[in-house]
Write a new protein. Structure first.
Length: 72
């Protein structure tokens, strides 16, 4: 179960796959993942983790609340 907070990019991708997303695919400036008609951009790899605010924006974009995220 991922706690809500900073997360590594590879872990974000793994959890999005558990939610039914496929990818990541190469896009313009960012990679993205797809689930049916829903498309979410994945942050580029950096030295640090994905911050809590960016994780919150990504989850809002795909319609996942904090409780469901922590239940994965």
């Amino acid at each position: 179960m991922p706690k809500f907070g900073p997360i590594k990019r590879k872990d974000l991708i793994r959890y999005l796959r558990q939610l039914g997303f496929i990818g990541p695919y190469s896009g313009g400036k960012h990679q993205f993942m797809v689930k049916e008609k829903l498309k979410v951009r994945i942050p580029n790899p950096h030295k640090s983790d994905i911050g809590e605010n960016l994780l919150k924006q990504i989850l809002k974009e795909i319609g996942i609340d904090r409780t469901k995220w922590e239940d994965l």
